[in-house]
Every structure is written in structure tokens, then in C-alpha cells.
Design a protein around this ligand. Sequence first.
Ligand code: ZN
Length: 251
Amino acid sequence: MTFAIISDLHSNLAALQAVFDDIDKRGVKEVFCLGDIVGYGPQPKECLDLIIDRGVVSIMGNHDHAVFYEPTNFNTGAERASYWTRQTLEDEPDKEKRNQRWSFLGRMPVRLEMGSILLVHGSPRRPVNEYIFPDDIYTNTAKISANFEKVKHLCFVGHTHVPGVFLEDPDFYGVDELEGIYPISENERAIINVGSVGQPRDQDVRSSYVVVSDGKIEFVRVEYDIEDTVDKIFTNASLDNFEGDRLRDGR
Ligand code: ZN
């Protein structure tokens, strides 16, 4: 079975469309999303609609949670963006559309188990909010091992916007070290970060996602019209310009 996993779209429609185009070109039919469909970016309605229309199953991210419930430990820019997103969804005049988006957000599961594969937004033990950073393999090995206790074989995460593979050792392999491919091994547990579609933070400005097939995980990067999204952020008074600047730098 072949499927794609996307994450952290952050209301960046140009990026999401480019990624779906790439997925379609590969003939991949099944797509899962690890959350943060909304937050930071300028097109929350359009991104939600695309995910809903394509029947993508999505896990709840901390920004989806923030818009539906309340922001937790958000910086000022992220908090403003989440209140603006909530207002935008609320202001939708088409009642059916409005309800469809809200009920999709409200029904997102915080974890999904498919056999020995686990899908979460943040981490296996704290699915919505915990970050697993590459540096944790040196500075917080207890966090890594506690999370591996909850992993049967493979766990896919997003949240840090930095793609790569964590092993139990503990170890972390960035996408360059892996040369874009992680070969799945039956007797090796792994936590795989798929990176971010709408706000990459690994100094590579291209959208990131993965394709899982034939015993391997392929890390894919896709170019998109960054300036289109930056423009929409700069002209939106409720979104900080920083959210546009960072797209140009991949941070
Ligand atoms: Zn995110």
C-alpha cells in the first residue's frame, strides 16, 4: 500500500496545492494529514475545504486545537493568527460551509493507529503539544525513550516542521544524511517527522511531505509560489509580517 503523509499546512494554500499536484502526479491516492491545517497563514477556509473535499483523514494539531478550543502557550503572533482564523471561520456567510468546517475541526482525532503505525501531531505520549527536537537526542534522552515506549514500529509526527528520522539509540537523521530515503526495517522502531507543507523550518523553503511505499519512506520537497502567500500575509493586518518573512527563509 502506498500513501502520502502531509503535516503543518498552516493555511498556506499555494503550498498545499503544489503538494497535492505532486501527490497526484505520482498517482498516490491515499493521503493522511498530521494536523495544523490552520494557524499562521492567510487561507484557513480554502485549506480546510481542500482537505475536506479530498477526504483526507487528519489528526488534530495544536493550532487546530487553538482555533477550536483555545491557544495554549502561544506567542503573540501565533495567538493573534488563531483568533483571526476563528473569526474568519465564524464570518463565513454560508451556514452549511461554516458548520462543515467547524465540525471537521471539532472531530479531528488526536491520534490514529493503523496496525503497527501510529499517527500523531506532536509526540506519541503527548500527541497535541509535545515537540520532539533533533537536539533532544543529546539534551533529553528521557523524552526520547519515554516516547519510544509508545511506538510499536513506526510513528509519524509533525509539529517541529523539521523533517527526519529518530531512532531509539537515541539518534536523529536529517533528510540530507538519509539522502531522502529511510528504508523501513521490520526490527527497527522509528519516529519519522514528515516536515511541513506550509511553513518549513529547516532552511529549505520548499514544502515537505513523505510518501510511504515498498518498504521505504521517501522525503519529498516541492517548490511553490512563496510570494503569493507572503503577499497575502503582508496585506492581512491581523497576521504578523514575520509569518511571511520566515517563509522566504525556511525558518
Ligand atoms: Zn505546526
